[in-house]
Write a protein that binds this ligand. Structure first.
Ligand code: UGA
Length: 466
């Protein structure tokens, strides 16, 4: 690979850096591959999906992640970054292989599907011809690392002594680049001094960038089981925090309280903290929902299921938000729910937001989209607009109507549902919007507006838990 042009923010490469591969070029692997090239490492990204690899190789990120396309192009040009479907080339190239493939929920069950990990590790192991370190990054049930080592031992030439380590990731979609380049902690587990040193070298680029910026990145070096558990523990804790504040939202609704003020007030206590306390339509995405289910399932297998029964409630409380929100909308348009749900025929809904959160095009387990589908099932005429998620939403929920602009969505609407806190929605002007709709009714599913402002412009305002 060619000589690197260092960006002002990239520290000089003063030490030997291991060559790195990332197996699986989804949100996780691709972002890591691009960011590690940016940190000065020579990197290859691998995936079995030729279309995806073509896309990255020609400078196109096939999903929406702010800043990533620019960084991809820059690092392809630097010569430090390439993408391939050739596992032999990957096996020959890298000293450290990160496993970043998906671990979705198994169909019809709560446990995680580890078949992509099995396939990637088996394939890689069979092509190895020197000692390397294989590091798991995918979110997995505890015990997976040991199982991965067994797969490696069965498939890689025995004399190589290939080792498995684990290093969970904590990146949030829409903030992914920042979370990789400037993580708030690094966690890893190694089984030998050799592996521990290699993992230190792998993270040196992050440490050097932090030093240049006068920051510290705490490192937790631990055992394999703990490294696996850290990730699911973090996601379970965040999910619990959100469901907790949503339970308080229910209580606020029946007592006339305001959950946004309540969250702000408890959040000032830094033992509690103010993040992940935004009440609303509940959490979604490709991680939190499936991770709490997989954790509960694994705890059950290990005989400590009882201790995790509360997570089942965290999950159900979250799912109930969806029916609850439909009820609020029905109420808002004067069609209160009967036992079979509301009849919303003839109600034109301007539906703002389809993704599971703003600044992504990801619709996996999106609460907004699930609620839109429920409204449609109640015969409402649902017109959806989303800044980035329309294509994905359209193929997943073809029964809804989709429009390319906010103006088209709100024209003649009986109710506006602002569901995902995209900047474009948070900055809506009540008076200008009021000119376009048929009825001034708004559901603030984002809890992002000042209610008085809307009320003063003649709107009937409903938030969630306020
Ligand atoms: C989540 C974690 O935050 C990451 O740390 C983790 O690395 C990642 O999963 C993963 O396992 O790979 P992500 O799924 O990108 O990241 O999304 P979040 O930003 O955590 O949001 C999850 C959901 O919670 C969204 O639907 C969001 O709208 C909702 N949320 C978030 C709330 O309802 N209230 C809040 O206060 C915060």
């Amino acid at each position: 690979m060619g000589n690197a042009t260092q960006s002002p923010e990239t520290p000089q490469n003063t030490t030997t850096r291991p060559r790195i591969s990332f197996l699986g070029c989804g949100y996780l692997g691709a972002t890591y591959a691009i960011c590690f090239a940016e940190l000065g490492y020579e990197v290859v990204g691998y995936d079995v999906d030729a279309e995806k690899i073509d896309s990255f190789s020609t400078g196109t990120v096939p999903f929406h992640e702010p800043g990533l396309p620019e960084l991809l192009k820059k690092n392809l040009e630097s010569g430090r970054l390439r993408f391939t479907t050739d596992v032999q080339a990957v096996a020959d190239f890298a000293d450290v292989h990160f496993i970043c493939v998906g671990t979705p929920q198994r169909a019809g069950e709560h446990g995680a599907d580890l078949s992509y990990i099995e396939a990637a590790v088996t394939d890689l192991s069979r092509h190895l011809s020197r000692k390397v370190l294989i590091v798991g990054k995918s979110t997995v049930p505890v015990g997976t690392a040991t199982w991965v080592q067994e797969i490696v031992d069965r498939n890689a030439p025995a004399d190589l002594g290939v080792e498995v380590g684990w290093s969970p990731e904590f990146l949030q979609e829409s903030n992914a680049m920042h979370d990789v380049l400037r993580p708030n902690r690094i966690v890893y587990a190694a089984q030998s001094e050799w592996a521990s040193k290699l993992l230190k070298d792998v993270h040196r680029g992050i440490m050097e960038l932090a030093a240049v910026e006068d920051r510290e990145v705490p490192v937790v070096e631990t055992d394999l089981a703990t490294a696996e558990l850290v990730k699911v523990a973090a996601n379970a804790f965040l999910s619990t925090k959100i469901s907790f504040i949503n339970a308080m939202a229910d209580l606020c609704e029946v007592t006339g309280g305001d959950v946004a003020d309540l969250a702000r007030a408890i959040g000032y206590d830094n033992r509690i903290g103010n993040r992940f306390l935004r009440a609303g339509i509940g959490f979604g995405g490709g991680c939190l929902p499936k991770d709490i289910r997989a954790l509960t399932a694994r705890a059950g297998e290990l005989g400590v299921g009882e201790s995790f029964r509360f997570l089942g409630e965290v999950d159900q409380l979250n799912t109930r938000r969806r029916t609850h929100t439909v009820g609020i909308i029905a109420d808002l348009v004067g069609r209160p729910s009967g036992p079979a749900g509301p009849d919303l025929s003839g109600v034109r809904v301007a539906y703002l937001g389809a993704t599971f959160k703003p600044d992504t095009d990801d619709i996996r387990d999106s609460p907004a989209l699930a609620i839109a589908r429920k409204l449609r099932a109640s015969r409402a005429d649902v017109v959806v607009y989303d800044p980035e998620g329309l294509d994905n939403a359209k193929s997943y929920a073809p029964e809804l109507s989709y429009v390319k602009t906010l103006a088209e969505a709100v024209e003649g609407a009986d109710v506006v549902c602002a569901m995902v806190p995209w900047e474009e929605f948070r900055t809506l002007d009540p008076e200008a919007l009021g000119q376009q709709v048929a009825e001034r009714r708004i559901l603030d599913g984002m809890n992002a507006f000042y209610p008085e402002q809307w009320v003063s412009h003649g709107w009937t305002y409903r938030g969630i838990g306020r």
